[in-house]
Design a binder for this molecule. Structure first.
Ligand code: PGA
Length: 248
């Protein structure tokens, strides 16, 4: 048995409306979810309050991004203080879409991680290589570098979940094989052991993201170093329940 509690996050991205998300929430609230799994739903900013009010208390709510300071003249941004104010407790940071569509740098992501943690939010910190980087054989180098920028900004690892999301697998229907994912996860755990501590390496959840479905989740979940998932497309469907329950 893994000492780490299984963790499944849904990332709704910029999808849904009150009607469709309300229906999804009704499905999740009435489903039998394994109590041994931490479940978090990442709602669009406009629906954070709505999601928190409607979702059962056993399901946590995450924002999909935040800024690095508490308030001020930053048009369009939201702060961890605001996220907490509406009852959400997590934030997804460094998602590949933030990195590659909105050109967020490792440095900015690190600053956001530091501020979100200092405000008491849990952080789902995302890393992952692009296809050309995998093909060039530099997957390890890329994910270690991204992890370092995150790790340099973490004091309390109990509030951090590391999400390994190969960019080529996100939204493509091309899930990494359980072996491909496990191989990177164990290297990340080794990196934590060498660069942070043995205790942090053993206790930190390293979750996988990239086209996880009801069909692929069980075998992925059976890998020793895969401690859960970050799920995009399938988190908007009733199938998300199967993924939450993948481990047991
Ligand atoms: P996907 O997205 O499951 O739709 O591939 C995963 C993610 O971006 O977190």
């Amino acid at each position: 048995m893994s000492p780490r509690k299984f963790f499944v996050g849904g990332n709704w991205k910029m999808n849904g409306n009150k009607k469709s998300l309300g229906e999804l929430i009704t499905t999740l609230n009435s489903a039998k979810l394994n109590a041994e799994t931490d479940v978090v739903c990442g709602a669009p900013t406009a629906y954070l309050d709505f999601a928190r009010q409607k979702l059962d208390a056993k399901i946590a709510v995450a924002a999909q991004n935040c800024y690095k300071v508490a308030s001020g003249a930053f048009t369009g941004e939201i702060s961890p203080a605001m996220i907490k104010d509406v009852g959400a407790t997590w934030v997804i940071l460094g998602h590949s879409e933030r990195r590659h569509v909105f050109l967020e740098t490792d440095e900015l992501i690190g600053q956001k991680v530091a501020h979100a943690l200092s405000e008491g939010l849990g952080v789902i910190a995302c890393i992952g290589e692009k296809l050309d980087q995998r093909e060039a054989g530099i997957t390890e180098k890329v994910v270690f570098e991204q992890t370092k920028f995150i790790a340099d900004n973490v004091k309390d690892w109990s509030k951090v979940v590391l999400a390994y999301e190969p960019v080529w697998a996100i939204g493509t229907g091309k899930t990494a094989t359980p072996q491909q994912a496990q191989e990177v996860h164990i290297k990340l755990r080794d990196w934590l052991k060498t660069n942070v501590s043995e205790q942090v390496a053993q206790s930190t959840r390293i979750i996988y993201g990239g086209s996880v479905t009801g069909g692929t989740c069980k075998e992925l979940a059976s890998q020793h170093d895969i401690d859960g998932f970050l799920v995009g497309g399938a988190s908007l469907k009733p199938e998300f329940v199967e993924i939450i329950n993948a481990k047991h």
